[in-house]
Design a binder for this molecule. Sequence first.
Ligand code: NAD
Length: 660
Amino acid sequence: MKQGWRWYGTNDAISLKEIRQAGVTDVVAALYERKCGEVWPVEEIKARQAEVKKAGMDWTVVESVPVHESIKLRKGPYKKFIENYKQSLKNLAECGIKVICYNFMPVLDWTRSNLAKELPDGSTVLQYDDVEVAMFDIYMLKREGAAKDYSKEVQAKAKKKFSSLSEKAKQKVADSILLGLPGTVDNLTIPQFRDLLKTYTGITDRKLRDNLYKFLNEIRPLCDELGIKMAIHPDDPPRPIFGLPRVMSTAADFREMCEKVPSDNIGFTFCTGSLGGNPESNEVEIFAEFAKRIHFVHFRNVVYTEGRTFRESECHLSGKVDLPRLMQLLIKEEIRRGEGIVVRPDHGRYMEIDKFRDCYAGYSYGGRLVGLAELRGLEYALRHTNDVAGKIIVCTGAAGVLCSTMTEDLLAHGAKVAVLDLRGDVAKDFCAKLAAKGLTETIAIEANVLDKSSLEKARDQILKKWGRIDILINGAGGNHPKGTCPAEQMTKDTPLADTFFGLDMEGFTFVNKLNFIGTLLPCQVFCKVMCDQGGGAVLNFCSMAAYQPLTKVAAYGAAKASILNFTQFLATHLAPMNVRVNALAPGFFITNQNRFLMLEKDEKTLTPRGNKVISKTPMRKFGDPSDLFGAARFLLSDEASFITGVTLPVDGGFVSYSGV
Ligand SMILES: NC(=O)c1ccc[n+]([C@@H]2O[C@H](COP(=O)([O-])OP(=O)(O)OC[C@H]3O[C@@H](n4cnc5c(N)ncnc54)[C@H](O)[C@@H]3O)[C@@H](O)[C@H]2O)c1
C-alpha cells in the first residue's frame, strides 16, 4: 500500500507538513485553480509537483481531472473539451503523473444530507439519510415525479420530517446536499441545481453509458501510448438520485465498461465507501474480479442505521465493508504487479483535534490520521502473518510456472531465495526480472535435482553467500507425455500401444524419478544443513493424483503418492531435529506440464478432460498460482510450528468431491 492523502492545495485546512507527518508518501491532488474543461499547463503542474516535493512527498495521483458536462452529454463544444482533456493528460504524463481519477456522475460529485452526524463520543461523521434526501427532493427541490423514487414508508417519513423541522434545519439539509467538495466546485443553490438537472432531461442511463465509452475509447490510444491509468470513481451513492442516470454503481457496470473499452489502462478507483453505499454490494467480489484494472484505492467504511440510510463508520476497518479481506486482496495484487497501489484513507471523523480548523467530517485531519494508522496497522499485520521475512529459502524448479510466482511472493515478504533450476539461463533471466522490480535478494543457480553433486555445489554457493538455509521448497517436478498411457480405460478395441501394456518404460521412469527422487535428493542435501543448524522447514509438491489416481498419468500419480508417503516418513524422522516437513497438493492449475491435457490447441477451449476436471472441482475453475501463496507461507512460518507430515490440498474442493 502506497500511503496517499488527498490535498486540496493551498486553501486546504491541512498543510503538506501535517500530511507528511501522517506518514504519507503519495499526495493526491489537482490543479484546483483550473476551471473544468481547461487545459492543465505543464508549468502549473510542475509548480504543484515542486510544492509537494519540497514537503518531502510526491504528487502521483490526480483527483480529479474533471470531465466537462458537455462531454457527459455529448452536446455543444464537447469535441474541444475532449481535445483539452487529452492535452491535460499528455501534460500530466510529461511530468510523470500517470494515474488519473475522474467520475462520470452528472451534476453532483457526491451526496450527503448531514455533514455532522454526532456520535456518542462527540465526534461527527458524514451521513446519507434516505428520508432527508427524499424530503429535500420532494418538498424543497420539488422535482417532478420525485416521490415515485422513494418507498411509501420513506415518503411518509419525509413528509413528517418536512413538517416538523425548522426552516433552519431544512436549509442545513439542502446546504449539505448541494455542497461542493473543498476547493473544487462552488456550492449550488436550489434554483441553480434545478437548472443543472434540466440539462439531463432525456439523457437515459443507456445514453450516458454510451457517452462514457465513446469518451474513453477516444482517449484510450493516448493512455495506451503513454501508460496513463484512468481510474473512474464509482457513483456516490451507487444508485440513481434526483432522477439523474448512473453508470458506475455495480459489478455489472464495471464489467460492461471493461468489455466496451478493451484496455487495462482504462480502469477504476476502488472506493469502498461509495460502493458500500449500496447495502447489497459485495466489495470483495468486485475487487477480486477487477483487480488488474484497479489503479487507485479509497478505503473507508460505512454503517447502516435504517433502510438505505448510512453514515461513515467510526473506524475504517469495521462496518459494512470487509476491509481486512480487501487489504489481503490489495496485497496479493501488489505482489502480482510487483509495485504498490496508492491508497488514501477516505474520509474520517471530525474530532476535538480539528476544532481550530476550518474543516468538516470527511476532510478532517484527525479522522483521516486515525484511518491511515488503522490501515497501515492492518497491512503490517497481514504482511507479517505467515512470516518468512529474513528466511533463506532454496526453491527447486523456481523458474517454473508455480514456483516462480511463489518465489516472488516469498521475496515480497522479505525472504531471500536461491532460485535453482535445470534451465540455468531461464533462472538467471527470472532473477533479473525480479531485480528490476526491486526484489534483489536472489541467486540464480543451475542445478539438477537428480544429480546430488550439482545440489551440493548449489548448497555450498548458498552457504557462502548467506551462511544458512532455513527452508527447502521442492518445486522441480511435473508430468511428461511419455510417462502417460493415452487411453483412459482399456477395451478390447484399444490399440495396445495406448494402454498400460504399451507404457514407455523410459518415459515412466523419467517422470517417476524426476518427481520422487527429485524431491528426495534435495532433502538429503539441504535438510542436513538444517539439522546441523538446529532446525528448518520443507515444503514438497504433491498433487491430487496422490489421493485419487488420475487416468492416463500413471507415472506421475505414483510418484506424487510416493511424495505424500515420503513427506510423512521424513517428518517423523526429522522431528527430533526440529525440521518440519509438509507438502502442498495443488489441484489443477494451467501450467506447461498439463496444458496439453486441459486445453485444445487454441489454448481457450477445454479438452474433454479439462471439462471433466472443472465439473469435478466444486469451485468450477482452475487455480491461479497466487492461490498457493497463503498456504505455502503458513506451512513454512512459525505459525505452523506444531504441524509436520501434513499434505494440504489447495484444490477448489477437488479431492472432497466424488463427482456424484
Ligand atoms: N500445474 C499444476 O496444475 C500442478 C498440480 C499439482 C502439482 N503440481 C506440481 O507443482 C510443481 C511445479 O509445477 P509447475 O506447473 O510450476 O511446473 P513447471 O514445469 O512450470 O516448472 C517445473 C520447473 O522445474 C524445472 N526442472 C525440471 N527438471 C528439473 C531438474 N531435473 N532439476 C531442476 N529443475 C528441474 C523446470 O525447468 C521448470 O522450471 C511440480 O512438482 C508439479 O508436479 C503442479
